[in-house]
Design a protein around this ligand. Sequence first.
Ligand code: PLP
Length: 283
Amino acid sequence: RIVYVNGEFLPEDAACLSVFDRGVLFADAVYEVTAVVDGGMVDFEAHQQRLCRSLAELGIDFDLRAAGLLELHRELIRRNALNEGLVYLQVSRGVADRSFLQPTTCQPSVVLFTQAQSLLETAATGTGLRVITQPDLRWHRRDIKTTQLLYPSMMKTLAVEQGADDVWMVEGGTVTEGSSSNAHIIRADGALVTRPTSPDILHGITRAAVLDYSRETGAAVIERPFTVAEAQQAREAFITSATAFVTPVVAVDGVAIGDGRPGPATHRIRSHYIQRSRERLQY
Ligand code: PLP
């Protein structure tokens, strides 16, 4: 696999990042994951806009325009002959002597790599995911897409150790989001209920697209927090993320949702999302 690091395309074994990179020492870095389908990128522009916001929130001085990220994404997809999978992009504050005081003069480090992966056909789409709930102990700026992912990684691992597939995190009695996805339910009356954007959750690009498409088709969309009990009593539930697209959730803490199988509304939303995304791929 060919990866990109600070101006160079290199075989992955030859690529390296400094031990003193602030991304390594402080998770002082932001990232984006863009899905690739049919060799084209899904929602590239929206991911760039969110990256721009994350960088601004952390005060990382990085010239997105000058970086030519679209070209770097295209080139890496080409060099790795990637048809389906993802492009991971990370920008850290850069390299400096270890200090809690953020350096003002360092050059951001840029890393890109691809990962081949089936996105359209996945086992989880057919079976649905079983999630367990855990308290959300992350920091309170979850709207910034930083590489500070220890807690969600621990919780994902815990879920799998307990025989589930993933976790839904809970704060103040309501579901915030999954370990790496946004959480949604469909009520008995067919309304889609999802937590509104705030610093409590990542503002998912897939979430936003799904809400747009749902509203276009006339579906009721209600943006408000929901409880674990509401999720357990919902007709259907699902998660969204750049690589999971729309994936059904069939149980929460061992309680089956609906008849315990992926539901028709989730299936329709997934198909619609995939169709619309494929119509507007970025090459
Ligand atoms: N929430 C969290 C915590 C995530 O890590 C992710 C994606 O990685 C998402 C939500 C979904 O965001 P997106 O649809 O932009 O991939």
